[in-house]
Design a protein around this ligand. Structure first.
Ligand SMILES: Cc1cc2nc3c(=O)[nH]c(=O)nc-3n(C[C@H](O)[C@H](O)[C@H](O)COP(=O)(O)O)c2cc1C
Length: 298
């Protein structure tokens, strides 16, 4: 099965820049800087990449909604991951922080952004510390800072820990919290692409969404668009927990039946008991009976 995000995830030392580069890391930057920012947005649109934070909004389309000619613009990466049972962003953040940095650099080039924030749920201190180290390494190598690889892009990245509130995963509450206000959702419109952080146009994407971007640049939009179902392209990280033999995060191609996840990847039901029901998503999803186990993920 195609692996976009988890291909090298268990490589020892992957969260250090040397190992990441040896695995082909930061390769997408040259390809990115050889193109115009608008071309990158078109590539991501053509790839069919939809947001992995829950709402499934097309990523490239969201970027194209940024208020024209209004600067500065900001990027806020949503690393709040508060949905019960979900722990896939955490694995990416802790094991492959440079992949997220690379995805953010490409996104900020495409959207002409010079300042990015990664907003973590309050409990993600360890992931945030690892990211601070990765950001330092990326600065030292010239992947962050002024005029990155001669591209003209200046970019600084900052990490920020929330205080541990589920609602701060909602994008506008996240922005309030980042600004030091009470973490409550804002009325929309205006949408963040028009008036976001500090009242400026802001791109907000989930960790997993941004981590897919380098692969799309390296492999091409068509290859991404060829994976999955008609409406959901690419792969998806799914956190499997409960009464299975091998709980954990698994990367599946969109459209994979749930039965494959439960009975093959996660090893089946503990003690070989019979499946009675399952929850296909977070706590907002319905509980499905066992006879729906062939429902395809999208
Ligand atoms: C109550 C609530 C909680 C949310 N929690 C998260 C979260 O923990 N992580 C996340 O990425 N998105 C979360 N979202 C979705 C975000 O509002 C937003 O749609 C998402 O970060 C956009 O990124 P994407 O387009 O890459 O998916 C939440 C939404 C709601 C309504």
């Amino acid at each position: 099965m195609t692996q976009i995000l988890f291909k090298n995830i268990d490589t020892k030392g992957l969260n250090s820049i040397g190992v990441y580069e040896k695995q082909g890391g930061y390769r997408s930057l040259k390809k990115t800087f050889d193109k115009k920012p608008e071309e990158i947005i078109e590539i991501v649109k053509a790839s069919g990449l939809r947001g992995r934070g829950g709402a499934g909004f097309p990523a490239g389309l969201k970027w194209s909604f940024l208020a024209k000619d209004v600067f500065p613009r900001y990027l806020a990466c949503n690393a709040d991951e508060s949905e019960p049972g979900t722990c896939k962003d955490r694995e990416l953040l802790e094991k492959n922080p440079h992949l997220l940095i690379e995805g953010i650099i490409v996104t900020c080039y495409a959207c002409r952004i010079k300042t990015g924030y990664i907003y973590y749920r309050g409990e993600f201190q360890h992931a945030s510390d690892l990211m601070d180290k990765a950001i330092e390494e990326a600065h030292a190598k010239g992947y962050l800072g002024k005029n990155i690889m001669g591209s003209g892009l200046d970019l600084d990245l900052h990490t920020h820990l929330g205080a541990g509130a589920y609602i701060c995963g909602e994008e506008s509450a996240l922005l309030n919290s980042l600004e030091g206000r009470r973490g409550e959702p804002r009325l929309k419109p205006p949408f963040p692409a028009v008036e976001g952080l500090y009242g400026k146009p802001t791109v907000i994407n989930n960790v997993e969404t941004l981590c897919v971007v380098p692969w799309i640049i390296n492999e091409g939009a068509e290859k991404h668009a060829a994976l999955g179902t008609e409406k959901s392209k690419g792969t998806k990280l799914v956190s499997v927990s409960g009464h299975v033999k091998k709980p954990g995060n698994y990367e599946i191609v969109m459209g994979t039946p749930t039965s494959e996840l439960i009975f093959n990847l996660a090893g089946g039901i503990r003690d070989d008991n019979k499946l009675k029901a399952f929850i296909p998503g977070g706590s907002s999803a319905n509980i499905l009976p066992a006879d729906k186990v062939d429902v395809r993920y999208d």
